[in-house]
Unconditional design. Sequence first.
Length: 255
Amino acid sequence: MCINEQSKKEISPTYIFVESYNKKRDLQWLNAIVQSDLKNTYLLLLSEKIAKEDIVDYLHAGTSEIVNINTTPEDLQTTLAFLPKIKQHTTAHVQNNPRRFKLPWWKRTFDIFFSGTAIVCLSPFLIVTALAIRIESKGPIIYKSKRVGSNYDIFDFLKFRSMYMDAEERKKELMSQNEMEGLMFKMENDPRVTKVGKFIRKTSIDELPQFWNILKGEMSLVGTRPPTEDEFLQYEGYHRRRLNMTPGLTGLWQG
């Protein structure tokens, strides 16, 4: 383990590099460092390869960034320069960790008031939508998908179901018609979408159950859209920085 301190301007950022040996030992090192509660400190795990299924565990343990051990000095310098610009550095070692991202109290208060009011006022409309979904096709009214939120917490992302029950199985057959680049899937006239689903998608009614996510504190009214677990496992470091804030109902990817 080596420590690299930058120039002494006020409180200089400190970078701690941990070379990966094995997962158990790595997590012990990271947990010990996080428990020491060092100020303005960033933990970088150096590894030739990290299994995708282990990434969340490392981030939960307090890793600021996972860096390939063969990365170029230029890319490493870019990473080191960027980390201090993140005002809220995310770690999730324990629930009350002072470095764990939290919404400002005023924004959380507004989210609770607005989402609670919306649920009450829209309840008759929500009931009618639920009945229409149930009448057209079998299956649950609410579609739940696992999403990765702030601090890498996993939560159930709620939407009105707009597809037939075999939608996920049929997705692989339609991947060649994907109109989106990168990690998202979207196609015009998707045959997996029900008639009611087309309407509620076009009008964004399918998003209304997310007011419950907001009321619970899993999302906020404004923020980036939360990625699925599969999308998250494909993220590079610059993608993961999106999770240094609470995901929102309206975001950059909303369309």
